[in-house]
Ligand binder design. Structure first.
Ligand code: S3P
Length: 433
């Protein structure tokens, strides 16, 4: 059985933003066309960039950038809906633009912390005003000249790191950062591919990233966005636990090492799979196929430095843990409390609603696996990854789970439910409950 997942959400949004800041016409193929990238594209259109409607086939999108400081004052608020990446990266981009703009989002995004971005950007000279609640969207940005900046990030966050790097790029000032753990590095790889010198490596206190010589202009992009590893992870787990025999193959998945931290953890749990890298590495982003075999999983301990590389995969890992033998303990993942919902609480409440023994830890969770059939109703809590994790759990043999609010999967994976129904059918299970 073979399938493909949509384009990477993080890379799609960065490609759209960098193309908007480039000189000349960029060519982007394989973009995730709906959900968060569509919201970010809408905000970029509001800033004067003529981005055509993104097409769900992933076919090539071409548009002209406005240059590093050429964005235009928008006519109204820039609403990035559910996209934390869109909001935080745009706050960085706008801090150094000679214009004023209001960035806002949906109810979930307005609850998420923005001071982690606006505080350091203010220290660089950016000016921000929260229009409703301090530290939260909607926020007015009054852009202007920025100064060079060195900063130790309080959390490993790719959105924060990227906001600061983009502010340095737009403002033409050097940025030296140290993150406590190594978060995803797509901004660095894309900039590196465009000839911008980014130096990154282990450093006292964590992982260092520096933009020391920001260029006067950014060349246009020409790239293929790989499939999203985080979307593939849902079908990877289905492939492991669907029973029967035979491989499930997920084609053309991004294999950036800062994203694939789930694989060694699943391997420890007993997962059988192989990774088949495609030849060549496009724009610093390796990709390949994942070949997954039915496996028996055992519980395990996950924590510390492993967390940033699998932060978005914790909900599906937890679903796997509910079907593994013994206890799984996940720690060091406090950041999950400030994602699209509090994912620690959402996962534990949903597992308990299904009769699984699960406990919240302040920075993670404990789950005792069971092979009892899991039946019942759970909530998405408006969070795409919670919806999909429980969708997959419900698709496993013996289980019947209704996910309320499951349509939110479209934020990162527009076709998720249809594809899940297809692989269930091909695995000999009936339709979705
Ligand atoms: C993202 C970074 C991650 C991740 C999010 C997307 C990005 O958040 O959870 O889904 O595109 O930069 P952090 O900023 O906490 O690393």
């Amino acid at each position: 059985m073979e399938l493909r997942v949509p384009g990477d959400k993080s890379i799609s949004q960065r490609a759209l933003i960098l193309s908007s800041l480039a000189e000349g016409t960029s060519r982007l193929r394989g973009l995730l066309s709906e959900g968060d990238p569509a919201s970010t594209a809408g905000a970029l259109r509001g800033l004067g960039v003529a981005i055509p409607k993104l097409d769900s086939s992933g076919s090539e999108v071409t548009f002209k950038g406005l240059g590093l400081r050429g964005l235009r004052t928008p006519a109204g608020p820039l609403d990035v809906e559910n996209s934390g990446t869109g909001a935080r990266l745009l706050l960085g981009v706008l801090a150094g633009q000679p214009l004023e703009a209001v960035v806002t989002g949906d109810e979930s995004l307005r609850k998420r912390p923005m001071a982690r971005v606006t505080d350091p950007l203010s220290a660089m000279g950016g000016r921000f005003e929260a229009l409703d609640v301090e530290g939260h969207l909607p926020i007015r940005v009054m852009g202007g000249p920025l100064t060079e900046f060195s900063y130790h990030l309080p959390v490993a966050s790719a959105q924060l790191k990227s906001a600061l790097l983009l502010a340095g790029l737009v403002g033409g000032v050097g940025i030296q950062l140290v993150e406590p753990g190594r978060s995803r590095n797509h901004t660095e790889t894309l900039l590196g591919g465009l000839g911008v010198s980014i130096i990154a490596g282990p450093q006292e206190g964590g992982w260092g990233v520096a933009l020391s010589d920001p260029p006067p202009l950014l060349p246009a992009l020409d790239m293929d966005v790989p499939g999203d590893f985080s979307s593939a992870a849902f079908f990877f787990l289905f492939g492991l636990l669907r029973g029967g025999e035979g491989a499930l193959v997920i084609k053309g998945v991004g294999l950036n090492e800062t994203r694939t931290g789930l694989l060694p953890v699943l391997e420890r749990m007993g997962a059988r799979f192989s990774v088949e890298p495609s030849p060549g590495v496009a724009e610093g982003e390796p990709s390949g196929d994942l070949v997954v075999y039915p496996s028996e999983l055992a519980g395990c301990q996950v924590g510390g430095d492993e967390i940033p590389g699998l932060i978005d995969e914790v909900p599906i890992l937890a679903a796997g843990a509910a079907r593994a033998q013994g206890l799984t303990r996940i720690t060091g993942a406090r950041e999950l409390r400030v994602k699209e919902t509090d994912r620690i609480r959402a996962v534990v409440d949903n597992l308990r609603a299904l009769g699984v023994e699960a406990e919240e830890l302040e920075d993670g969770m404990e789950i005792e696996g069971t092979d009892r059939p899991l039946r019942g109703r759970v909530q998405s809590y408006g969070d795409h990854r919670i919806a999909m994790a429980f969708g997959v759990l419900g698709a496993l043999p013996g289980n019947e789970i209704q996910v309320e609010g499951g349509e939110v999967a479209g934020v990162s994976f527009p076709d998720f439910w249809r594809l899940l129904a297809r692989v269930m059918k091909d695995s000999g299970r009936g339709g979705l409950a």
